[in-house]
Design a binder for this molecule. Structure first.
Ligand code: FAE
Length: 522
């Protein structure tokens, strides 16, 4: 019901015609990837009158499966959950001494867990990229920290123009705190707030792109449940303003956007004649079978394949001689935004609730601590049963940076991330959660990330960097030596934002594309 009441713009991206690319096509602007960077690029270019061809390796998630739903939930994962895995690879993949991962059909699912040595990186796959699978937490970083990580960017302009623009376009809203204070689905968050504040830490409400008015209807049982039906990391069937309903819908409404889905870009190189770049791609079906290999030409190419996707492509193009003059900084400066996960077992009198909204609303803000800044999301653990678990995704200031390189023997781009490099994150988070445990007389859960493993330190949700602004590119994402090639996604941000990153990625893309349109396209 609620879905029907949504503004018509919300469905525009799904309804937009999609002319599929064919070998031999020549296009003015090709965007690789349809996450935040790609969606901003598509909207602003199409509004400037430039037709945009988007190439997305994942599916267009708009057709219901046999159960009538587009996405599956976290309790009953099926082939729609993971990107080509025969078994789930859950972030919290153990419970009470055993693995809880389940066998699934290997399909082009919506959530990828990409394995590198010592680091699994979770990413969205499909039209909308990470917006399809993320928790929707829409956080603007502290201006002082933004200035610290990106000193070459005019922070005043970011905070007066581009952050407000991003928040408005993304449809960011805030939870009604009086509703929240008694809603059954946020019992877990109230326990997280109470135990943190009683231990001397500040908590704060975090804005989100999930429509909290819709969630009220879910709680009242007047609309189909999504956040309250264990839906988030494999997609939300209702309620979430993912990019296909905001930026991409607006871009599609111009009539100038086409998206080729299940197409993976494999090579970009200067065109032999006529200028521009040849772009090679592989088209697959949902089972992973190759349908076609295609080569097209683009006057301009925007890399928006995400921190991992863009970094992998660029280091392989440099190493394999397709783009040999890329700067040596390409591939460097990768970080996990200091991510580390941890869980506590609460006291028996502090149940966290059998009904938990999959959308977080609160963070513990201990960023001002000079001995180890921490911003910890009070995360849901929606299992449908009472667990007394408080789960946290801590964002910390970890100085370690990984590097992508191309491995000639395997023919793949690899990430160098050493196993001890997450330790500064653990140390910072441990100070906060040791204190909470001590004050509350509680203990860590050691059964969620492995057998007797306290810290979820071998995976991240927030890959950032690999093609850092002002180092691998100019101050607006232009790749030096290759006019018409741009980077416009999370790979521009040097490994850390101090908060959940998509608002920063979006705002920076807004800033960069405005400059590119003004200076390169007019
Ligand atoms: P991204 O959104 O990853 O988009 C890249 C797109 O490129 C994807 O659709 C790929 O399928 C596609 N692609 C990659 N390689 C190719 C190729 N070779 N050819 C064609 N297409 C390709 O990049 N952030 C927050 O701020 N708040 C949250 O609450 C939050 N929760 C999260 C929860 C989870 C489970 C995960 C995985 C992430 C979460 N994030 C959150 C992170 C956020 O989603 C992420 O930073 C952004 O999505 C990154 O945006 P990009 O535009 O860089």
């Amino acid at each position: 019901m609620g879905a029907l009441a949504l503004p018509s713009l919300w469905t525009a991206a799904a309804a937009a015609p999609r002319k599929m690319l064919a070998t031999g096509d020549r296009v003015p602007a090709l965007v690789i990837g349809s996450g935040y960077g790609g969606a901003v690029t598509a909207l602003r270019l199409t509004q400037a009158g430039i037709p945009v061809t988007m190439v997305e390796m994942g599916q267009n998630w708009n057709a219901p499966g046999s159960d009538g739903k587009v996405f599956c939930n976290m309790i009953k994962p099926d082939g729609r959950s993971f990107w080509f895995r025969s078994k789930t690879d859950m972030p919290t993949d153990y419970f009470s001494g055993g693995s809880i991962d389940k066998a699934i059909p290997s399909d082009a699912g919506v959530l990828a867990s990409e394995h590198f040595a010592n680091m699994r990186v979770y990413q969205g796959r499909g039209v909308g990229g990470g917006s399809l699978v993320n928790g929707g937490m829409a956080v603007t970083p502290q201006q002082s920290y933004f200035q610290e990580i990106l000193p070459s960017v005019d922070a005043g302009q970011m905070y007066s123009t581009y952050f407000p623009r991003a928040n408005q376009m993304l449809g960011v809203n805030s939870v009604d705190q009086s509703w929240w204070s008694s809603a059954a689905c946020y019992q877990f968050a109230r326990v997280g707030k109470k135990t943190a504040e009683a231990s001397g830490y500040k908590t704060e409400f975090i804005p989100n792109v999930y429509d909290f008015n819709y969630m009220k209807q879910e709680q009242a049982n007047t609309a189909p449940r999504s956040a309250l039906a264990q839906e988030v990391i494999f997609g939300n069937n209702y309620g979430k303003k993912s990019l296909d309903k905001t930026y991409l819908a607006a871009a599609a409404a111009t009539g100038k956007l086409s998206i080729s889905t299940l197409h993976t870009v494999t090579k970009v190189a200067p065109a032999a004649t006529g200028g521009g770049y040849t772009v090679q791609m592989t088209q697959n079906d949902v089972n992973g079978n190759v349908v076609a290999q295609k080569t097209v030409t683009a006057d301009r190419v925007f890399f928006a394949a995400g921190s991992v996707g863009t970094s992998k492509l660029l280091v392989s193009m440099k190493a394999q001689g397709a783009l040999p003059n890329l700067p040596s900084a390409v591939g460097a400066g990768w970080g996990n935004n200091g991510n580390v996960m941890v869980a506590r077992a609460n006291q028996g009198w502090d149940p966290t609730g059998t009904l938990q909204s999959a959308i977080p609303t609160l963070g513990i803000n201990n960023w001002a601590d000079p001995n180890g800044p921490v911003f910890a999301e009070i995360a849901p653990f929606p299992s449908g049963i009472e667990t007394w678990v408080s789960l946290y995704l801590a964002i910390t200031k970890n100085p370690n940076r990984g590097t992508f390189t191309f491995d000639q023997s395997s023919g793949a781009s690899v990430l160098n991330w050493q196993s001890g490099w997450t330790q500064p994150s653990i140390d910072a988070a441990k100070r906060v959660f040791d204190t909470i445990n001590k004050k509350q007389g509680t203990i860590y859960r050691t059964d969620l990330f492995g057998v007797y493993k306290t810290w979820g330190d071998d995976f991240c949700y927030h890959p950032l960097g690999g093609c850092v602004l002002g180092q691998a590119t100019d101050n607006y994402g232009r790749l030096p030596g290759y006019p018409g090639l741009y980077v416009i996604d999370g790979s521009l941000i040097p490994g850390s934002t101090g908060v959940n990153p998509f608002v920063t990625i979006t705002a920076l893309a807004e800033r960069n594309i405005e400059n590119i349109i003004a200076n390169d396209l007019h």
